[in-house]
Design a protein around this ligand. Structure first.
Ligand code: GLP
Length: 238
């Protein structure tokens, strides 16, 4: 696990946006595992700008989102699908066939997401944030490291933290569907970004806690190609 502490969160976004442009130019059919959330919102903006400025061809990339809320309409403003449309898919005019979410009709079918990813050739790069409790995607503490895409009950701390993305009258969903830890570990390259003091403990534990399912992010230490980018605040305990 390589860790880089950057002076400002904006420097992380700019650096990773340039990396994305480079990666797509090197491999125009790249498969990207993509997150939602506050950490990456400015990254998407910067990436769209850079991709457009450089006339990078994104017509053959494929995206696979990490997770989505269970039983939520994709039309809801707070849905992860709507987030991705606003921040990345629409500005780049990606075709629907290029974008993927773990969305199936039956609870037994979520594992199919792993098959679809494998059939596409696997994830070349997966971008991750981290929850204050050490979750990655929506894999909460206690998730088995060999898990594939599955349905989860969210912890009260995650529900509380994610309230800010919903309008006050809306209920925050309590369940989600997420790529599993093994889905994530199967990616060829993993990039994790953490910003702000609220993530400092989670970053410390990811690097120092014994590798154990009680801290899902410690699974990343089992992967040989992980890059972690933190701003000064998120890296303040390491
Ligand atoms: C959310 C998402 C994760 C995200 C994390 C941090 O619950 N499921 O994929 O990385 O929590 O979110 P944020 O970037 O808003 O802090």
């Amino acid at each position: 696990m390589k860790i880089k502490q950057c002076e400002s969160p904006q420097n992380i976004d700019k650096f990773l946006a340039d990396q994305l442009v480079e990666s797509i130019n090197e491999n125009p059919t790249i498969n990207l595992g993509l997150p939602t959330g506050g950490t990456y919102t400015p990254f998407y903006q910067t990436s769209v700008d850079r991709l457009k400025q450089t006339n990078t061809d994104t017509s053959s990339i494929k995206t696979f989102n990490l997770d989505r809320y269970y039983n939520q309409s994709i039309k809801d403003h707070s849905s992860f699908e709507a987030f991705m449309h606003r921040h990345f898919f629409e500005p780049l005019s990606l075709e629907k066939s290029q974008t993927h979410f773990p969305y199936f009709n039956s609870d037994d079918d979520y594992g199919l997401y792993d098959t679809i990813i494998d059939d596409a050739g696997g994830l070349d790069i997966i971008l991750l944030g981290i929850g204050v409790n050490g979750h990655i995607a929506f894999n909460e503490p206690g998730t088995p490291f060999n898990s594939k895409t599955h349905k989860v009950a969210l912890t009260s701390s995650t529900i509380e933290t994610n309230k800010s993305f919903f309008n006050p009258k809306e209920d925050v969903p309590t369940e989600a569907v997420t790529m599993g830890i093994s889905t994530i570990l199967n990616a060829k390259k993993v990039i994790l970004v953490a910003k702000g003091f609220s993530k400092a403990n989670a970053v410390y534990d990811m690097m120092n806690h014994r590798i154990h399912e009680s801290v899902p992010s410690t699974a990343l230490r089992l992967h040989e190609n992980v890059e972690v980018y933190v701003d000064e605040a998120a890296g303040s305990l390491i």
